[in-house]
Design a binder for this molecule. Structure first.
Ligand code: FES
Ligand SMILES: [Fe+2]
Length: 351
């Protein structure tokens, strides 16, 4: 199943203009995401509590035009109106004397945050749907208030676990990403990387990128990179090259059991990267597609539910991912604090 009581990347901020609504299935649940005229983002369960019609198919009114002083969504079937916090504001069919406390009718509302151009949604456990989030979404270091320079999204036809493990897997690079601009099989060599726990995951501590990771070379300087992973499927790579910085956010969000959305977002301070954007976009697409094609191919075998192996040390990050998930789920079930089970360690592998 999917982890609860945690923030997932929902949608790029630029996808929602003021007055927009969009439907999205997240963790198998129908969600309407929207932005009111004042710019505030909201997320509600996309099911009208009256008779089930998706609210995203209706209209979004601003506080000025709704007639009740709040931004509201109007269901297209019988016109019930809901505030963006999910509280029912109006049932048009009621006549005077039909006393009904419409405010007692609510659509589930999900906490949302917009940070650095990314919209995050907090997917609480059903039993804690009304409780405020217990923590805040990830913030990318050194890019306070920045807007993304480049973004690509792709859907993998697999469960989130295979997408996350596929993306963090260090041993597939020379095979899946074999290309003149990234890796060749001949460049495989032994690597040793230091890892340390972080609040909801683990960090490959700052190091010089491998000599066979070609794309780093264009940054100039002597690049140093730090890569952190945190639940539920967030990878942040922070690169420093001379006085400049590049940050990559990889967010993995389950749409449902069989479809997972990967969004790759980049921020940078190097002016020349903006010029390279069209080219960079092609590379990022190609790179993501190589990963996506492989997990899609993997589905052919997984259909038969074979046993799978995780070996040392190249699959230890995958083992950690499972341990972190289990611990998160346990903490949620028992209502006790999450305790990160990972210890600092050096991992070695050839890639
Ligand atoms: S189904 Fe939404 S108002 Fe009736
Ligand atoms: Fe990959």
């Amino acid at each position: 199943m999917f982890l609860r009581d945690i923030w997932y990347f929902a949608v790029p901020g630029e996808r929602l203009k003021a007055g927009d609504m969009l439907h999205k299935t997240l963790l198998g649940e129908p969600v309407v995401l929207g932005r009111d005229a004042a710019g505030a983002v909201f997320a509600l369960r996309d099911i009208c509590p009256h008779r089930g019609v998706p609210l995203s198919a209706g209209k979004l009114y601003s506080d000025k035009t709704s007639g009740c002083g709040h931004a509201t969504l109007e269901c297209p079937y019988h016109g019930w109106k809901f505030r963006t916090d999910g509280v029912c504001a109006d049932i048009p069919s009621l006549v005077p004397g039909q006393d009904m406390d419409v405010e007692r009718i609510r659509v589930r509302s999900y906490p949302v945050r917009e940070i650095q151009g990314n919209i995050w949604i907090y997917m609480a456990d059903e039993r804690r749907a009304d409780a405020p989030p217990a923590h805040e979404p990830p913030v990318l270091p050194h890019f306070d208030g920045a807007r993304p320079g480049l973004r690509e999204t792709m859907i993998f036809d697999c469960h989130i676990d295979h997408a996350v493990i596929g993306l963090m897997d260090p041993a597939h690079g020379p095979f899946v990403h074999r290309s003149w601009w990234w890796r060749s099989t001949a460049s495989i060599h032994e690597k040793a990387k230091d890892f340390a726990p972080n609040p909801r995951g683990f960090t490959m501590v700052a190091h010089k990128p491998s000599s066979n990771s070609g794309a780093y070379k264009i940054l100039g300087g002597a690049p140093v990179t730090e890569i952190s992973f945190q639940l539920p499927g967030i990878r942040i790579e922070s690169i420093q090259a001379g006085k400049h910085r590049v940050c990559g956010l990889t967010s993995v969000t389950p749409l449902d059991e069989k479809r997972t959305e990967i969004t790759q977002t980049f921020y940078w301070t190097l002016p020349f990267l903006s010029v390279l954007k069209p080219v960079a976009r092609q590379f990022i697409r190609a790179f993501l597609k190589q990963d996506g094609d492989m997990v899609n191919l993997q589905q052919q075998g997984l259909k038969f539910e074979p046993g799978l192996m995780l070996i040392n040390d190249s699959d230890i990050q995958a083992k950690w991912y499972h341990r972190l998930k289990n611990e998160w789920a346990r903490a949620g079930e028992e209502g006790t604090p999450f305790v990160n089970p990972i210890e600092p360690v050096t991992l070695r592998w050839r890639s």
